[in-house]
Ligand binder design. Structure first.
Ligand code: ADP
Length: 162
């Protein structure tokens, strides 16, 4: 059984994230999407529970996708879950340096886990959770950026916070 972990903030999930999840679900037996708790980052727009719930709703039709959260080192989490790999999405060259550094660090901390990169779909190269929040706060239409199932809750959540 090959398990892959997909870590991130997911504040909130976007179509870019979903495209990574879909592709990982085809490549591995099990995908665990894990909302990583980052105490250094300012409090996000959505609570960790809300983020997990949004991810659960748009992956409900994918039986090999699970959702979890973790407060700690990713390399440790990968050990606990006996994961084969960590999957990351690469949007542009700017993502590369940081992701490369993280991948090498995780390899040092847990030599049993590989990091695999999937490129962003051409339609989602520019897309991030921050872009969704910025556009929505200014009254723009984000329906093309986030999964249909959670569109309304995402818009309401961002407006409530703003
Ligand atoms: P962001 O807030 O930038 O969306 P996250 O921490 O939630 O970032 O991202 C988690 C992972 O998903 C990272 O590996 C990131 O590179 C990847 N990712 C984010 N958006 C996209 C996208 N549009 N296409 C592909 N991968 C993405």
């Amino acid at each position: 059984m090959k398990t892959v972990i997909y870590p991130g903030s997911f504040d909130p999930i976007t179509n870019g994230h979903l495209s990574v999840i879909k592709r990982a679900a085809k490549l591995f037996d099990e995908v665990i999407v894990v909302v990583m708790i980052n105490h250094k980052k300012p409090v996000g727009c959505f609570s960790y529970n809300e983020r997990m719930e949004l991810i659960r709703r748009c992956t409900a039709d994918m039986p090999n996708v699970k959702v979890d959260y973790y407060d700690g080192l990713l390399a440790e989490y990968a050990k606990i879950k006996n994961a084969t790999a960590i999957v990351k999405g690469l949007r542009a060259v700017s993502d590369f340096e940081d992701e490369f550094q993280q991948a090498l660090t995780n390899k040092e901390l847990n030599p049993d886990v590989e990091t695999v990169f999937v490129t962003a779909g051409a339609d989602y190269m520019y897309l991030s959770s921050s872009i969704v929040k910025q556009v929505c706060e200014l009254g723009g239409d984000v329906s093309k950026f986030v999964p249909d199932e959670v569109y309304e809750d995402i818009v309401n959540g961002i407006k409530k916070k703003g």
